[in-house]
Ligand binder design. Structure first.
Ligand code: HEC
Length: 175
């Protein structure tokens, strides 16, 4: 039983990484998608964000949960589990852990601490999660996967522009 669980876990991980690879390839062969990404990165002003420790910890906590939720979401989509996919995407949409964990005073400081483009990326990301939830809820898996692609691109775009020191590998990526 334990072994079976392990095999399933391994399979899910492999599917997750393979789909990431496939998406990366698709983006290259899809000129429209490429222009969009390029346009997006052109408009963004990269910056290194320096958050006070408690705020940074809340962001990291949100990121760790996000990573798990995204894996879960992909598994649901891959298996055509409309209801679960919808719920997981909604949970991503609502997961502003930062908002839940921070005091009112800290929240008031946030707009000054975060660059405008960072906030915009974050907002888009959460908006996408809601759209994905709707698509999945209607069994529209093709649209759901397209949105999922955009969401994974947003991980890289944001990390590349706002956490380049932490994820230095992204700074040297070839286009
Ligand atoms: C709007 C910006 C933004 C988006 C979108 C974003 N991240 Fe992040 N993420 C960050 C920043 C900034 C850090 C660096 C935090 C630090 O170390 O100070 C980070 C850190 C992380 C970490 C490291 C957490 C740790 O253990 O320290 C993981 C994992 C992560 N992100 C996953 C993801 C995934 C997966 C996605 C997309 C599904 C994503 N992020 C989307 C901004 C973003």
């Amino acid at each position: 039983m334990k072994q079976l669980k392990l095999v399933i876990l391994l399979l899910v991980t492999v599917v997750f990484f393979m789909s990431g690879y496939a998406m990366a390839n698709k983006e290259v062969s899809n000129p429209e998608a490429k222009t969009k990404t390029k346009m997006q990165s052109k408009q963004i002003t990269a910056a290194e964000i320096n958050l006070p420790t408690e705020i940074r910890m809340a962001l990291i906590k949100e990121m760790v949960k996000l990573e798990t939720d995204m894996q879960e979401l992909l598994s649901c989509l891959a298996k055509g589990q409309s209801k679960q996919a919808e719920e997981t995407a909604m949970s991503i949409y609502q997961s502003f852990i930062m908002k839940q964990e921070l005091s009112k005073k800290q929240l008031e400081k946030l707009p000054k601490l975060l660059p405008k483009d960072f906030v915009q990326l974050d907002r888009n990301f959460h908006k996408n999660a809601k759209q994905l939830a709707e698509a999945a809820g209607q069994n529209n898996f093709e649209s759901a996967m397209n949105i999922y692609n955009q969401m994974t691109s947003a991980c890289v775009t944001c990390h590349k522009n706002f956490a380049a020191k932490r994820f230095s590998g992204l700074a040297v990526q070839s286009n």
